[in-house]
Ligand binder design. Sequence first.
Ligand SMILES: *Cc1c(COP(=O)(O)O)cnc(C)c1O
Length: 496
Amino acid sequence: MHIIALYLSVVNALIKKINKLEKVALLLEPGKDTRKSWHKQVSEIAENFLDKLENGKAYDQDSSHINLLKQPFTEEGMLSSKIFGDIVNYVDKPGINPASGGHLGYIPGGGLYASALADYWVNVTNRYAGISFANPGAVKIENELIRWMIRLVGYPETAWGNLASGGSIANLIAIVAAREAKGITPENIRKSVIYVSKQTHHSVEKAFRIAGLQYAITRTLPLDEKLKIDPVRFEEIAEDDKKQGLIPFLMVSTAGTTDAGVIDPIDVLSEICSRYAIWHHVDAAYGGFFLLAKSLSSSLEAINKSDSVVLDPHKGLFLPYGLGVVLVKSRTHLKNAFHYEANYMQDATEVETEISPAEVSPELTKHFRGLRMWLPLRLHGIKAFRSALEEKCLLTRYFYEKISKLNRFETFGKPELTVVMFRYIPVSHDPNAFNQLLADEIHRDGRIFISTTTINDVHWLRVAILVFRTHLKTIDLTLQLLAEKVILVENKISGC
Ligand SMILES: *Cc1c(COP(=O)(O)O)cnc(C)c1O
């Protein structure tokens, strides 16, 4: 009796405490009215943002107030209007605006609205996309996207892939798969050889280090005058390495280099690689989706001869940031590199019918990022993407034709994809310094954003046309601004 009374009082005290905590914890479950109010405010902010895109800035240099975001978190929640206002002012405004059609720097992004809705949906339902058992539908969607891209690049059905968070992680996955497939171990790593070029994206070098491949020999291959890997030299160097008893095992080429937007000779490189049993990885993070553009597909079709490839839907399919794809020709290599066993996963593995993302990537729990790609493809249809990509190619060609005719401007060469490198040759001033001043003036104006790069000590300005909102009038504005700012810089230099 006494024990039962004690037990009851303990339980009652527990219930009292739990009820008290529950009341506060319920703050995490806003009621319908609050949800509607927040949703309405965010919707209005989004609409306002989209309305202003066309005439707003692509780049805002003023980041002087971002320290206001430093306020400490408080025990009590804050008013939504204040928090949302801070995000509008200090996050949405300063820096580069990747959603703007005027963003012509680096390799631009985009931000399809349909993807934003998909992310909203996915986050409300919070489906678990790591393992097919947990959400067969989500995994099915991701796997169907992988199958679609396998067909797009022309890989066989034995291929497989993964929707990763971006091109860098996708490159890492491919490189780890190559390392495992080629049996690189601590015993042979110092004799193993990797081939890259000076134009290889830095995420690849980073991936080598993460994958422990910094102890291998890395050869930076010579480039031709168009900044493409020279296949003849590659073969000579690989042959030489082999003769010396080294183990050539990995070559990374690029389909759409980040600087110059050129495509390495993938076809010939693949042939050489297969002769030397070298894994050929093509980094097509930027250029891959131009396979959808009929005018370009022939220059990219040799990707199907590679062993692995990376494509970035958050570049070439205009998605908001957060989706890069790796495809590996032989799914066995992908599975060998990333398989795992865990006791607590036993329910999951027994009923698998589809390959689960967790089996072929470093991630277990993952964002169901497939829906942000699936939804726009379904809602808009492939034709919309194909046309947008073709349009960007022609806009690039248009810019190239026009800038080549502008007085004292020169280009690096005819664009292969959607990048043009160009510069102004001033009458007397140092060209490198002048072009930096020109870029600075364009940035100060902010209506468009361009980036710069240095190749063999020459400072180039570059436009990269890949935002789906970039259209003919954006390019005309760019040409107009360049002409205006050249005069401004000339006047500044001569002290007028
Ligand atoms: C953008 C890019 C990457 C890196 O991809 P992220 O999505 O930025 O991680 C790698 N390679 C090339 C060629 C790229 O253009």
